[in-house]
Design a protein around this ligand. Structure first.
Ligand code: FES
Length: 381
């Protein structure tokens, strides 16, 4: 389906293709009915593949293709001493065109991340939760740093999911070399020499915008005016949540955000708790937007702002007073259990087993895909 057949006539091109749909207008794309692979020409219907019991090989049989070892085209060097491995996260699929629409699936990994072995982190002066710039010969991206003993020293891992629709700086494929395998056509997604440096950010913000107002509140030209060095966007219940990073101090960032949002909405309930400034904005009595801004990186957490549009006014008061959700980043999406709930349990019950942690918090009692992370939290407690 995907094998390369250079210079082949169109009838012999890879069958995993929708190239016949290239050039569709937005209206035609919107009205497009479900299509059957392949589409080489949108006006020429194709029969269902392989229903005649023959593969698309010259003899109609499945062929075993020898693939002798080829060394990687890319190698580490003094300037790019680490190897980037890329892959997927448990809750997302490809570039999040569908899975990214689910607020619940987006809670587990809300931003692009780069996972680094703790020994490499100390070599390169990197700390958990800060932002890091990862660069290769091809380009650079910015991601939130995670220390992870499961990542082999000398390598870093980044998920592939964030496109420019969801993040201004987290598109991992910008790093990948154009070296492709001669048989499969796959690039060296698992072997890209990179370097990594902490990125200086003066302040960070979370901005939640009600669905009813998001188009007028946050256009890209407004984002550009907000003194940003980067943004990531995700869907939440009833709206969208932006993670914003700025090179200017918190006071200036608060001022830029409130000036922009106050042009549209009535500002109300400004508060400053534990170094985090929170402001909510209303339009005709309805909650339109909210911001939480902190100095430095890693101080603003999304749990109590991401649920603002799914609940009632009591949560606005809780958000403004800093007494919102205590759960922290969601680890178990099925049962909505956050990292703070789990670490608190382990602090209160040192040595507790994974099954005790699960039965008390309910984490891991649904689909089970959070169990590897629960195991790690339990073992590291
Ligand atoms: S994510 Fe499904 S059980 Fe935790």
């Amino acid at each position: 389906m995907t094998a390369l057949t250079p210079n082949a006539p169109s009838s012999k091109k890879p069958l995993l293709t929708l190239s016949g749909l290239a050039g569709l207008s937005p209206e035609a794309y919107r009205d497009l009915s479900p299509q059957q692979w392949p589409v080489l020409d949108k006006n020429v219907p194709v029969e269902r593949l392989y229903s005649n019991g023959r593969f698309s090989t010259p003899d109609g049989k499945a062929n075993i293709v020898p693939t002798p070892y080829l060394p990687p085209a890319s190698k580490t060097c003094e300037d790019f001493p680490l190897l980037l491995n890329t892959g997927r996260l448990r809750d997302q699929w490809h570039t999040m065109t569908r899975s990214g629409l689910s607020p619940r699936l987006s809670e587990h990994s809300p931003e692009p991340t780069v996972a680094v072995n703790p020994s490499d982190a100390s070599t390169f002066n990197l700390k958990e939760g800060q932002l890091a710039k990862v660069a290769s010969v091809q380009g650079s991206v910015v991601a939130r740093l995670q220390l992870n003993n499961n990542v082999q020293s000398g390598t870093v891992f980044m998920p592939i999911h964030w496109s420019e629709t969801f993040s201004s700086m987290g598109k991992t494929c910008k790093l990948i070399a154009p070296a492709i395998d001669p048989i499969s056509g796959q690039p060296e997604f698992k072997i890209t020499p990179v370097n990594i440096h902490p990125m200086n950010v003066a302040s960070e913000a979370m901005l939640a915008v009600n669905t009813a107002y998001e188009d007028s509140a946050i256009r890209s030209d407004i984002l550009a005016r907000l003194l940003l060095c980067g943004w990531t966007k995700r869907h939440i219940e009833g709206g969208k949540l932006f993670h914003l990073q700025s090179p200017v101090p918190k006071a200036d960032f608060v001022s830029a955000l409130t000036t922009s949002l106050s042009a549209k909405y009535q500002q109300s309930l400004q508060s400053s708790i534990n170094g985090c400034t929170r402001v909510v904005f209303f339009s005709q009595g309805e909650l339109a937007a909210a911001i939480a801004v902190s100095e430095g990186v890693g101080q603003v957490e999304g749990a109590d702002i991401s649920s603002l549009f799914s609940k009632d006014d009591l949560d606005v008061a809780a958000f403004s007073s800093g007494n919102g959700s205590e759960a922290g980043r969601i680890v178990c999406a099925c049962k909505q259990v956050g990292v703070r709930t789990l670490t608190k349990f382990m602090e209160k019950n040192p040595g507790a087993t994974l099954s005790a942690m699960s039965s008390e918090t309910q984490a891991g009692t649904g689909c089970g895909s959070c169990l590897p992370e629960l195991r790690m939290l339990n073992a590291n407690a």
